[in-house]
Design a protein. Structure first.
Length: 362
């Protein structure tokens, strides 16, 4: 199985590969779905693709915006550009963009985005007939449904999200942000109103707000926990999954390194001996070091119930703090140059994360 990581910028791309990713997905300055991510200039994309290919890794470029007519202005030139830069595949959700890619770059592998809401084998078969090589399945599919899809279409690569934030709507097709603040989630600019606290108002009592409370902490009616499937690698493999995708192009470089390394360890152990594979508690402990909202397995084992929601707060759980990145190390002097990202106080205990897992406690 492939381990696919988010690359919100060039630093995160390099860190993803250093810590064990097989491939990354990223966006250029247009036509992606993460306006808040750093995204890539043509020069940065070129450097990132070269960095990947030098290590036998892959780069997939998102062109998965839900386009309006004006969005096609310049798109043909953009597709030509990412083809020339050596992208290994493009991720699309719209049939119009797909046809444009087929016309301009007929040999370019095409992956269908989760934004296309593929929830059944008939939809997957339709896309396969259009020349698509991979489906990024909707998060709403169960493992049994995915296994059946793989059985019907064994040549189609199946990619699924295994870690990260969950959207309350069908795989991102949400209009809350657009309606409430004019920020279009389907064009990369979601304001996440699903995480807000809400009150009721009554039209004859302007200015009076009535709390909506489930308990003393309030109500978070759309507040899903984060997806985490690190303890279920064998089940994903049995279902025929080809690629395990980590969400989070807008997350920190610390998030990318930590989550990628943990899943790399779990995957490698499964590959070594699938028959005697055992879950290690330290993997879940490791992914819990980054900010999160608690964990759920989503729809993989059936429809999620109340346990998949966080009813206490919409804030992240933060038990560890990312303080910096080691930029160089002089072995003779035993001195490191660290780029500081957060405050460090005298007496603090720190942990230096290494790609091989041999962390240093100080």
């Amino acid at each position: 199985m492939e381990l696919l990581a988010p690359a919100g910028d060039l630093e995160k791309l390099k860190m993803a590969f250093i810590y064990g990713a097989d491939a990354v997905y990223l966006a250029g300055e247009r036509f992606g779905l993460r306006a808040g991510a750093g995204n890539f200039t043509p020069g940065q994309m070129k450097e990132g693709i070269e960095f990947a290919h030098d290590r036998g890794k892959k780069v997939y470029v998102t062109v998965n915006v839900i386009p309006h007519n004006d969005d096609f202005t310049g798109m043909a030139d953009y597709i030509k550009e990412i083809t020339a830069l050596g992208a290994d595949a493009v991720i699309v959700s719209d049939p119009g963009i797909l046809s444009l890619v087929r016309e301009i770059s007929p040999d370019m592998p095409i992956h269908i985005s989760t934004q296309a809401n593929v929830t059944n084998y008939m939809s997957a078969r339709f896309w396969q007939r259009q020349g698509v090589s991979r489906i990024v399945a909707a998060r709403e599919m169960s493992l049994s449904e995915l296994a059946f899809m793989h059985q019907i279409l064994p040549e189609m690569e199946l990619e699924v999200f295994v870690h990260g934030a969950m959207c309350v709507s069908y795989s991102g097709r949400c209009l809350l942000s657009n309606f409430m603040c004019g920020r279009d989630a389907n064009r990369g600019d979601c304001a996440h109103p699903c995480r807000w606290k809400y009150h009721l108002t009554e039209e004859t009592r302007p200015g009076e707000y009535f709390p909506v409370e489930e308990d003393k902490t309030g109500t978070f009616i759309f507040n899903s926990k984060d997806l985490c499937m690190i303890d279920h690698i064998p089940q994903l493999a049995k279902a025929g999954i080809y690629s395990l995708k980590i969400e989070g192009r807008m997350k920190s470089v610390f998030y990318v390194a930590t989550i990628v390394r943990a899943y790399r360890k779990a995957l490698d152990k499964w590959r070594e001996n699938p028959e005697e594979y055992e879950i290690e508690s330290r993997w879940l402990e490791e992914v819990s070091k980054v900010s999160h909202r608690g964990f759920t397995t989503g729809f993989y084992f059936g429809k999620p119930g109340p346990e998949s929601q966080n009813y206490r707060t919409s804030s992240y759980i933060r038990e560890w703090e990312f303080i910096g990145v080691v930029r160089s190390y002089d072995e003779r002097e035993q001195a490191a140059v660290v780029e500081q990202r957060n405050r460090l106080l005298k007496g603090d205990e720190i942990e230096i994360m290494q790609p091989d897992g041999n962390d240093i406690q100080m």
